[in-house]
Design a protein around this ligand. Structure first.
Ligand code: GLA
Length: 662
């Protein structure tokens, strides 16, 4: 994670797809980009078919002209390697590169991303194109960054073809070395699944009933690694030609198939795409969570918001347009949470194609529009925030997040399908967010000593090493808040015996003898006025104090929430899914006990985040409510240049960024 930034201040721009337009439009594009203060655009994301019109025959003429136009205008280029969608000639010549579904159905070309990630033919062709682009543009003065492929896995995260099966076997052989080790790890004594050779192993294709769970878990790991191998193959070819130009690929926040915590160390800078979901009752909380997760992938370093939308998207059942002011509010919320670049998909809304109803920076209706005026205004805002670039978000609370736990906890034939990983993570995230607390996500085996409180939502799978690190954190004085269905299995999805929550039993001073999941919609009452759904469990305290018990339900009279002192620390354990109010009370109590405080005290719905850089600190204040609000701050408000002497009045929906004076 090194040599970004290459563009001064907060970079501003978006995906620029000039090939969709006549060249006469390009001149207007450049003039408008200057008007909006655009400093960087991503070019070529879906240009393979127009860059390599026939195998090995490159046509760079049009892209040369685009590069020169942008450079003359002082706009930097983030060059995509164009490998996200192979052209029609490629799929026709090499039909075995097309992906195959779990049921054995081969997908046709005609949309995008129609390739098998394990196909050596695809990887070679993609790597050749990436190398050719590096040789052509590596020395161009406009080039500041490489954008490899695009949203790896977004449509085809896994391919089940025979080539993928062979690659899976190689991956397994590298992991287990001999087949008996695999048999032990997968528990193949069950259901007559014992393998005598790696050659007998297949992907978890459509089978009569549940495939072996560890096979499924390894398949997730393999599939994420295969996509990563596509990325590193292109990256290595480019690095040979341009070792000093930073390389990225765009993540998609909490995207289950790709383990971004594993991927991020292979990039120079992390970038993210985020789109609001119309069906989410609090999309701004979802935005914050995505931003925080991606920041964690880069261990807190500033990151690039590679895509978001100026207004509606095209791919949801109902695509909500943004309200006046929402564009800036969304963009600056990402900056508050560590983004040092704000980019959109896409520069100019398309005339044709599947995404023609997706908003752009230049709308179909032209520049006399809300969207364009707000795009220009945002450019000015970002300019005035230049000095914020490079600063880091400050957080006292961490939520542990883990892709392996996510994959494993949602495998089939589990106690309840209502245990959905992101739902539980979001419960705790949102509750903390509503109390104004800034959150870092962390890996379970990270050094957690800098945090006052660590939250462990549904960490079903945990390695011995991570369990030990969490234990060390608590015993050294840390505060832990852990939910049900944590610490249950090891990295092979094998149960930790002796009572749940196996890995955390001693740390939390409890022993659970049986799970009692609740029926759909069933609600149980707790002694402290709290209510629970989804899950309960028969818990015996083994050192822990009982904080609340069940009043009714299958376990009336049994403990529901406990607290246990371990070493110098304290661990809370929650055996049910608490409703919002009850969870808010518990979180408030845990924060108070741990000494966690929000950056400043503000009314509910006012988001406050502090970024700190070389000797300066910046307070981002975002009003998500319908009323104006006052917050305490002293310093200079950077968007308006006004001095703030003791308090700041923020209109409904408004944003302020204060360089603080202490
Ligand atoms: C993704 C893709 C873009 C575009 C947008 C639309 O983020 O990377 O190419 O399809 O979605 O929202």
């Amino acid at each position: 994670m090194s040599n970004w930034p290459r563009v001064p201040g907060i970079a501003y721009g978006g995906d620029y797809n000039p090939e969709q337009w006549p060249e006469s439009t390009w001149t207007e594009d450049i003039a408008l980009m200057r008007e909006a203060g655009v400093s960087m655009v991503t070019v070529g994301v879906f240009s393979w078919a127009l860059l390599e019109r026939r195998e090995g025959e490159f046509d760079f003429g049009w892209l040369d002209r685009v590069f020169d136009l942008l450079h003359e205008a002082g706009i930097a280029v983030d060059l995509a390697t164009a490998t996200a969608s192979p052209p029609p000639w490629f799929s026709r010549a090499y039909p075995d590169t097309l992906p195959v579904t779990k049921e054995g159905h081969r997908l046709w070309p005609g949309s995008r991303q129609a390739y098998c990630p394990s196909s050596t033919r695809y990887r070679q062709a993609a790597t050749n194109l990436a190398r050719a682009l590096a040789q052509r543009y590596g020395q161009h003065p406009a080039l500041v960054m490489w954008h490899i492929n695009n949203e790896y896995g977004c449509h085809v995260p896994q391919c089940y073809c025979d080539g993928s099966a062979a690659a899976f076997r190689n991956w397994l052989q590298a992991r287990y070395h001999d087949v008996e080790a695999l048999n032990a790890a997968w528990g193949t004594a069950f259901w007559s699944q014992h393998y005598t050779a790696f050659d007998e192993i297949l992907p978890p294709r459509s089978t009569p009933t549940w495939a072996n769970p560890t096979q499924q878990l390894d398949w997730y790991r393999f599939a994420s690694d295969e996509l990563l191998a596509c990325f590193t193959s292109e990256r290595d070819a480019i690095h040979e030609v341009t070792p000093d130009i930073p390389i990225t690929t765009n993540f998609m926040g909490a995207f289950k198939p790709v383990n971004y915590f594993d991927w991020a160390p292979h990039e120079d800078v992390v970038s993210n795409d985020h789109y609001l979901l119309g069906a989410d009752p609090s999309p701004h909380v979802q935005l914050a969570m995505s931003a925080d997760l991606v920041r964690a992938a880069g261990h807190g370093a500033p990151w690039i918001l590679m895509e978001h939308s100026t207004s509606a998207v095209n791919w949801q059942p109902r695509n909500l347009a943004k309200q006046p002011g929402q564009l800036a509010r969304n963009s600056l919320q990402h900056v508050a949470r560590g983004a040092d670049a704000v980019c959109f998909f896409q520069w100019r809304a398309s005339r044709a194609g599947a995404e023609k109803f997706h908003s752009g920076m230049v709308p179909h209706a032209g520049t006399d529009t809300k969207v364009w005026r707000e795009v220009v205004e945002l450019g000015k805002h970002l300019k005035s925030l230049g000095e914020v670039a490079g600063s880091r978000v400050q957080a006292e609370v961490a939520i542990l997040f883990d892709w392996n736990a996510w994959w494993a906890v949602e495998l089939d034939s589990h106690p309840s399908t209502d245990v959905q990983y992101l739902t539980i993570v979001r419960d705790y995230y949102e509750s903390l967010w509503r109390q104004g607390v800034t959150i870092d996500f962390a890996r379970p085996d990270d050094d957690l000593s800098a945090y006052k409180l660590v939250v462990v939502p549904a960490l079903y799978l945990v390695t011995d090493q991570a369990a030990a690190a969490i234990g060390d954190y608590v015993r050294a004085g840390g505060h832990l808040l852990c939910t049900f269905f944590s610490g249950i299995v090891d990295e092979n999805d094998a149960l930790r015996l002796g009572g749940y929550p196996g890995a955390f039993r001693d740390l939390l001073g409890v022993k659970v003898e049986e799970f009692f999941p609740l029926a759909e919609g069933e609600v149980v009452q707790l002694s402290d006025d709290a209510r629970g759904t989804v899950w309960t469990e028969a818990l015996h305290p083994a050192g822990a104090n009982v904080v609340a018990t069940y009043v009714d339900g299958p376990l009336a009279g049994w403990p529901a929430v406990t607290a246990h002192h371990a070493g110098d620390g304290l661990g809370h354990y929650v055996t049910t899914r608490l409703d919002q109010d009850s969870l808010a009370r518990l979180i408030a109590r845990c924060c108070a006990e741990a000494g966690v405080r929000p950056p400043i005290i503000a009314a509910s719905g006012i988001e406050v985040v502090r970024r700190r850089g070389d000797g300066a600190s910046y307070l981002f204040v975002i009003n998500h409510t319908q009323q104006e609000a006052d917050v305490q701050a002293v310093g200079e408000e950077l968007l308006t240049g006004r001095a703030v002497t003791d308090s700041l009045r923020l209109p409904a929906g408004g944003v302020a960024v204060v360089r603080e004076t202490h």
